[in-house]
Design a protein. Structure first.
Length: 267
């Protein structure tokens, strides 16, 4: 089985090209979990299948590190766009389908796949945000809990993340937990991801959720376009969007780096 490894702001993924051969199916939970294991496998936050899909450049099928198919992964979506360009499937633009619907991406990259590319990925619209004090709950392709805090670097992210993720309300389906702090250079974020069940260096849908939540938290004025810089532990990203007076958000774009790390084979 030939694979490629990609990372986007430290969020890392195993990529498989399944256009001509089916290496894995949705039933291969244990094998996918083993491949994502950092001691007994390749190691990754998730695994992504690129497959043919009529009417689109490709289909993205995403699995968390626990081997289970999951909701949308924003950084994975950016990485698969870079991967599709590497395969010669697309050039500077692609349109693909994922579990949460259609996505577009613009790809700025050199011919060397090992050099960092800049990918701008269009995310799903957000119809509404649940707000309680400093806490915001919204779905940006995956469900997210965003809480604004201080002294972010001193937090026990795993402990705080698990307390929310396994709370009575969220324990059945799970939720991704983000702690966010405002700084002079933008939002700083740390994320605990369900399915990985640990803190990750970045989470694209979490960065998107935090940017939207910051618009509400700091009561920013409606504008034609808003762009929010976000610093995750794995790198810098940005999110731009249109906010509407009915509480919805559209034209949401997650922007950041993606890079091929290596390729190999596994049996």
């Amino acid at each position: 089985m030939i694979f490629w490894k990609y990372q986007g702001a430290g969020n890392d993924f195993i990529m498989l090209d399944q256009r001509a051969a089916q290496w894995l199916t949705r039933a291969d939970t244990s094998r996918i979990e083993l491949m994502c294991n950092r001691r007994f496998g390749i190691g990754a936050d998730g695994l992504i299948l690129l497959e043919n899909k009529a009417g689109y450049d490709f289909e993205m099928i995403y699995f968390n590190a626990d081997g289970r198919e999951s909701s949308m992964c924003g950084n994975g979506g950016r990485c698969i766009a870079a991967f599709a360009r590497h395969l010669g499937l697309v050039d500077e633009y692609c349109r693909f389908i994922a579990i949460d619907g259609e996505h577009e991406a613009f790809i700025s990259a050199s011919d060397n796949p090992r050099q960092e590319a800049w990918i701008e990925l269009k995310m799903r619209d957000v119809a509404a945000v649940e707000t309680t004090g400093d806490t915001y709950i919204l779905n940006t392709g995956s469900p997210h809990y965003v809480c604004f805090t201080s002294q972010l670097d001193q937090k026990d992210m795993v402990s705080e993340g698990r307390a929310v993720r396994y709370s009575e309300r969220f324990k059945k389906e799970g939720i991704n937990v983000n702690l966010v702090e405002n700084a002079d250079d933008g939002l700083h974020i740390r994320t605990y991801e369900r399915g990985v069940e640990d803190e990750t260096l970045a989470c694209g849908t979490g960065v998107t959720a935090a940017a939207i939540a910051s618009f509400l938290h700091y009561k920013k004025n409606l504008d034609s376009i808003t762009e929010v810089p976000v610093l995750a532990k794995g790198g810098r990203l940005s999110v731009r969007f249109h906010a509407h007076d009915d509480g919805s958000f559209t034209d949401i774009w997650l922007c950041g780096p993606a890079q091929q790390v290596f390729e190999g084979s596994i049996y």
